[in-house]
Design a protein around this ligand. Sequence first.
Ligand code: PBG
Length: 330
Amino acid sequence: MNYGQFPYIRGRRLRSSEALRAMVAEHNVQPTDFIAPVFVMEGNNKKVEIPSMPDYYRYTLDMLLEEINNLQRAGIRAILLFAKVPDEKKDNKGTESINPEGLMQRSVRTIKEQFPGMWVMTDVAMDPYSSYGQDGIVEQGKVLNDLSVEVLSEMAVSHAEAGVDMIATSDMMDGRIGAMRNALDDSGFQEVGIMAYSAKYASAYYGPFRDALDSAPGFGDKKTYQMDPPNVREAVKEAQLDEQEGADIVMVKPGLPYLDVIGAIKKQVSVPISAYNVSGEYAMLKAAAGKGWLDEEETMLETLVGFKRAGADLIATYFAKQAAKLINRP
Ligand code: PBG
């Protein structure tokens, strides 16, 4: 071999053309990787932009159906539904969350009727229904675990009765995946799946989302149940437990500051992993792009492929439609 000419090995050869770069790309992002979160509210013929989430809207159900049609046309196959609950329907036990005629239940029924091919997931959590804005029942300033799990299990069954394909559990109570799996099975919903928010961190990046649903905690924070940001082995433990309890997919949330957590979990569990590119991550990029400080499209795609590189199989992202359109563009 001739080592005479420096440099003998030229990595740049593989980067020399668009075609070759695409051929040797180790990861890529497809519209089928995305889960599009959608926000529904009561009323008719209205959409309201979420102030801290430019270009992102809360819709009344009639208008949400049009948006779901747009998502479907862009190649999105899965949505994650969140409902905004009027203040007067909130209480400590989240009673409205199991109302068969509640907004969430009505939305699931209608969406599945009109878009049978769309994979419909629902957020199962008490905070949008809680007068305290907490993910569980509050007693003497504390969020109770086991009683909250009972409510969450009823909520899961109620969403299943409405026709949901998979529930997404964002509460972080202990034992909830096993309890919900049992509750679903006992009610004949063996086929309804569970996506567990296994490693959900107590994060400041959820701020804009809480604007969208008006669900900020009324007192304190969520640090006694959501995970502490410095921990990664604990996240692996949570994901393993959820897998054993019957989770079909595990999730890491937020996404960007926790890419290492996705990688660590990937080595230890066999179920698919979803990353949640949360509201604050969306807001940061939109704000910088809005000021002309970042190129929105390039930064968005770079971010999304970063989740795949870290080991995520799926990505819940507010960029789903925009990214899918860009990826599909000939
Ligand atoms: C509620 C819930 C939250 C998010 C998803 N489900 C907020 C929270 O826990 O306070 C955050 C999503 C986002 O920021 O995009 N249980």
